[in-house]
Design a protein around this ligand. Sequence first.
Ligand code: MTE
Length: 319
Amino acid sequence: MLIKIIDPTAAREHEVTPQALYLDRRRLMASTARSMIAAGVSGVSGLMSSMAFAAKAYEKVPKGSPFDTNEALTPFKDVTSYNNFYEFGTDKGDPKINSGSLKPRPWKITVDGEVEKPTSFDIDDFIKTQKLEERIYRLRCVEAWSMVIPWIGFPLADVIKAARPTRKAKFVAFTTLLDPVQMPGQKSKILDWPYTEGLRLDEASHPLAFLAVGLYGDMLPNQSGAPLRLVVPWKYGFKSIKSIVKITFTSTQPKTTWNIMAPDEYGFYSNVNPNVDHPRWSQGKERRIGELFKRKTLMFNGYDQVASLYTGLDLKKNF
Ligand code: MTE
């Protein structure tokens, strides 16, 4: 059955990553800074200095956000070579190999729907207004596997505040670029393109809902969702939509890609919940990339701060 072939979460044995090498952060950051300078990354000087600043700060700031974890970071190599991004293929190694066709600059993001201030902005103009050096979030992300990633970005709430949702706004919908030339995977019908996702407005406004523009002190590589992606660490990874071009405020629950594909398997909420099995596998354990043995998955991926968002909601029905 098609759905089995395109399952985003099943970790196959041949994909098990070898024991991760010890990561020398200082060396990595120094080489990142050097390669940015050598390559003249982005050509947008303001952005580059902002990002380089973030890279410097990344070394100095022991804690970047109130949600930071002290767990070992997943090596950069694994973070950027084991990805799901079906616009570039369905194997975990495909996005790194195939995503060179994506042109993440210039990039416009439209904010529309139930807002007082519909707008569209250029990603670099927006980044220049952000103090990215203060915006480093070391967060756990989980599917059947898990990673700890030092993201750079800003709370989604900042965009929400600026857009001024109307009283009718109850949800926020996100849309990925639709361009089969840049994203050749869209030439096949494996998913209902463009990829879309959504959150309830109160979920989207929680300070842990995050828009990432970089990781490990550098701009997002294409395979990680350049130039702008969502990170919702208390939900399964597929909620974290990549290469966003549109943020739309709606009064009704938006359609989401995986829910359209397999409504019995992927709900709208998709909160990490070890007590609710996926119809085809247990969700009680995860494989941290670089570790040999599986570990127990925590409710909300350990981010208990979000629990109050779901008071009174049956999380077995609303999976
Ligand atoms: N966003 C788009 N546009 N297309 C995708 O195929 N895959 C999702 C999510 N966002 C996906 C996407 C899935 S299934 C996962 S697990 C995460 O991205 C993977 O993100 P990662 O590259 O950070 O591991």
